[in-house]
Design a protein around this ligand. Structure first.
Ligand code: COA
Length: 181
C-alpha cells in the first residue's frame, strides 16, 4: 500500500472540535459511562503531552494524556486514542502512542513528574508499545473495569509491584491553572 505522508503534531486548541467529532464517532455516547472517562471528567488533559496526526490539513488521529495518581505515584492516563477508519493499519496509532510516551519521558526530570502511563485497553495492541498488565489486586479504578485491560507502561525504572493503590484524578484537577498551554 502507498505510504501516507503523516505529520505528528503537538495538540493545538484549534484541534478540539475535530478531535471531539472523531472521538464521538469512534466511541459513541457510551463513552461517558466508561471508567476512564470518570478520570478525565473535569481533569484537563496535558496538551503538551497530547498529539494529533495529520495528512495534509486533515486530522486523522489523536491521543491524549491526562494527569492522574496511582496511590502516591504521579501518572498519566492515556486515551482516547483514535484513528479515522480509512487510515487505520498504517501505524498511525502506534506512532501517536510512541510520541506521547516519548514526550512524557522527557518530563521525568521535573518535580512531581509522572512515573508511568496507565490505560484501559487491549494488551495485544498496546503490549507492542511496552504496556503490561498490572496484577489485578494492586490497583483500583473509580468504576468497573476488566482487570485484563488495565495496562501500564513505566516511564522510568519503577517496578510494577510499586504500582499500588487507588487510581484518582490528579489532585490539582479542576483548579484553574491546571491546564498547560
Ligand atoms: C486502535 C486504533 C487506534 C489503532 O490505530 P491504527 O492506526 O490502525 O494502529 P496501528 O496502525 O498502529 O496498528 C494497527 C494494527 O493493530 C491491530 N489492532 C487494532 N486494534 C487492535 C486491538 N484492539 N487489539 C489487537 N490488535 C489491534 C490492527 O488489526 C492492525 O493490525 P495489522 O497491522 O496486522 O493490520 C484504531 O483502530 C482505532 O481508532 N480504533 C477505535 C478506537 C479504539 O479502540 N481505541 C483504543 C482504545 S482507547
Amino acid at each position: 500500500m502507498t505510504e501516507l505522508s503523516i505529520s505528528l503534531l503537538p495538540e493545538n486548541p484549534a484541534d478540539d472540535a475535530a478531535i471531539e467529532r472523531l472521538v464521538a464517532r469512534t466511541f459513541g455516547p457510551g463513552r461517558y459511562a466508561r471508567t476512564a472517562y470518570r478520570l478525565r471528567e473535569n481533569n484537563p488533559h496535558r496538551r503538551d503531552l497530547s498529539f494529533t496526526a495529520y495528512i495534509g490539513t486533515m486530522l486523522v488521529g489523536s491521543v491524549r494524556l491526562t494527569p492522574i495518581t496511582i496511590g502516591a505515584l504521579p501518572a498519566l492516563l492515556l486515551g482516547p486514542l483514535t484513528v479515522e477508519p480509512p487510515f487505520r493499519s498504517h501505524g498511525i496509532g502506534r506512532r501517536l502512542v510512541e510520541r506521547a510516551l516519548e514526550a512524557a519521558k522527557a518530563t521525568l526530570a521535573g518535580e512531581g513528574a509522572a512515573r508511568l502511563v496507565l490505560l484501559v485497553g487491549d494488551e495485544p495492541y498496546y503490549g507492542r508499545m511496552g504496556f503490561r498488565r498490572v496484577p489485578p489486586a494492586q490497583i483500583t479504578l473509580p468504576g468497573p473495569v476488566d482487570p485484563a485491560r488495565v495496562l501500564v507502561c513505566p516511564l522510568d525504572a519503577t517496578p510494577l509491584d510499586e504500582v499500588r493503590g487507588p487510581v484518582r484524578k490528579h489532585p490539582a484537577a479542576g483548579l484553574p491553572l491546571q491546564e498547560s498551554a
